[in-house]
Design a binder for this molecule. Structure first.
Ligand SMILES: C[S@@+](CC[C@H](N)C(=O)[O-])C[C@H]1O[C@@H](n2cnc3c(N)ncnc32)[C@H](O)[C@@H]1O
Length: 441
């Protein structure tokens, strides 16, 4: 996947005869920002200016003077200036949004769950081969105040052939791991949205969320970043619950991360709250800091302490092998917390099971150590799906989604010996071969 990113806020220039320009410095890069889009042929970018509340559609903008809107092979940065035929007035410009997108894939939003750009099984037979996502970007344009260094990804989650819900996720323009969207989060959100309505989806959300007989649905997200996964789950909650036989009444999602993620995550929760009525979601969504340095010691904030967690989710948090011990200990501490919150009943052997949905875009072999470390703490795993990622002119990559479970027996020690024997087949080994679990169309 590639993402259009602004390297600094748009600058408004004023020309004679009351005309204006918008100057942009942008790049088209991967989630890690380490490589730049290298297309075989130049890719034309499109620019639209829309005003909030305006009944007219967006105005297409074109480069002014000598500037270009073409992303060429080998480029790292594109500087361009857009001509506005009308002056950008302070009072009207306050609500204008500029959308930057690849003309090749002329969508003004990132379309998830029905898009072959993310989920290859939506590739219609006979259609032009899909080259992978170039995620469009929106940014508020204001002549009145200093431009903020915040950009927005508008994301559409299909909820059936005809209906859809939209989320807006703020990102920082600068480089910060915690303050922009990552491929695994976006792909997992797409996969869950697809599972909500596509009868042929390889997994049902009832399975993935382990919803059978659930009285509560408390979801804890670790390393949420800007919140694309947690917010997508909150928005999709009506669809997720629709298919479940038991319907937990007040789903609750707590997104957590390091303090540097807090500002963007909270802004995005506020955006969700503003639109939750349209999505019909009753899910409660909150944020709290949770550093795995503290979590590994069983030290959690008041919100994380207040509930037992039916599901823990995390995406793209397993790229740094140095933090695996902290992350693994944090997951085990959450399980211990769950065991204390849910007293074990005499008549059940394994009455407390903690379930984790973890998605990763493996970047190097050393990441396999995670599976060994989790296994040594009594976690067993299942590969739910491996989704091949389409990427223009780049090597094959996949997003893998795993379920991990840890169960506590009556004496609090973990699965009984015979169970351990059975689980050895899937808990000890590491996922060396990246198989593609591509469902049939
Ligand atoms: C690559 S980002 C993924 C963000 C998001 N899950 C997504 O998919 O878009 C990894 C996230 O893990 C968080 N993280 C890294 N180390 C952490 C720690 N020790 N405690 C809590 N969060 C941590 C980072 O702050 C960052 O938000």
């Amino acid at each position: 996947m590639h993402y259009i990113r602004l390297l600094r806020p748009p600058a408004i220039g004023h020309l004679p005869k009351g005309r204006s320009t918008i100057s942009l410095v942008l790049t088209v890069t991967t989630d890690l920002g380490d490589t730049f889009l290298y297309p075989e042929e130049p890719i034309e970018l499109g620019f639209c200016l829309a005003s909030h509340g305006s009944t007219e559609g967006p105005t297409k903008l074109f480069p002014a003077g000598q500037s270009s809107s073409s992303w060429q092979p080998g480029m790292r940065v594109l500087k361009t200036s857009l001509a506005l035929h009308e002056p950008l007035r302070a009072e009207t410009a306050a609500a204008a949004v500029l959308v930057i997108f690849a003309l090749d894939t002329p969508a003004l939003q990132v379309s998830l769950s029905s898009s072959a750009q993310i989920l290859p099984w939506h590739d219609a037979a006979g259609a032009k081969p899909c080259n992978g996502l170039i995620a469009p970007l929106s940014v508020e344009i204001s002549a009145a105040r200093t431009a903020a260094d915040v950009a927005i990804r508008d994301i559409v989650l299909a909820c059936g052939e005809t209906s859809s819900v939209q989320i807006s996720i703020e990102e920082d323009m600068g480089e910060s791991i915690a303050r922009h969207i990552w491929d695994a989060g976006l792909t997992t959100a797409a996969f869950l949205a697809d599972a909500c309505w596509n009868e042929e989806s390889p997994k049902s959300t009832t399975q993935l969320f382990s919803l059978e007989d659930k009285q509560t649905l408390n979801i804890l997200e670790l390393g949420c970043g800007v919140g694309v996964l947690g917010i997508s789950i909150a928005v999709l909650m009506p669809q997720i619950l629709q298919r479940a036989s038991s319907r937990p009444r007040e789903p609750y999602i707590l997104m957590t991360d390091l303090p540097e993620a807090r500002e963007r995550a909270c802004s995005n929760i506020a955006r969700f709250q503003a639109h939750r009525a349209c999505a019909g979601s009753k899910a409660q969504l909150e944020y709290e800091d949770l550093d795995w340095n503290d979590g590994s010691l069983g030290s959690f904030g008041p919100k994380a302490c207040a509930r037992a967690w039916d599901l823990v989710v995390l995406s793209d948090c397993t790229y740094n092998v140095d933090v695996f011990p902290l992350l693994v200990k944090t997951l085990s501490a959450i399980h211990l917390h769950n065991s204390k919150m849910r007293p074990i009943k005499d008549d059940k052997e394994a009455s407390c099971t903690t379930r984790v949905l973890l998605s990763t875009k493996p970047r190097h072999d050393s990441e396999a150590a995670l599976f060994k470390q989790l296994a040594s703490e009594g976690w067993s795993h299942t590969l739910e799906i491996s989704i091949p990622m389409l990427k223009i002119n780049e090597q094959d990559e996949v997003v893998e989604i795993y379920s991990f479970t840890k169960a506590t027996t009556r004496n609090g020690t973990g699965p009984s010996a015979h169970k351990l024997k059975r689980k050895a087949s899937n808990s000890g080994e590491t996922p060396t071969k990246k198989t593609t679990n591509k469902p049939s169309r």
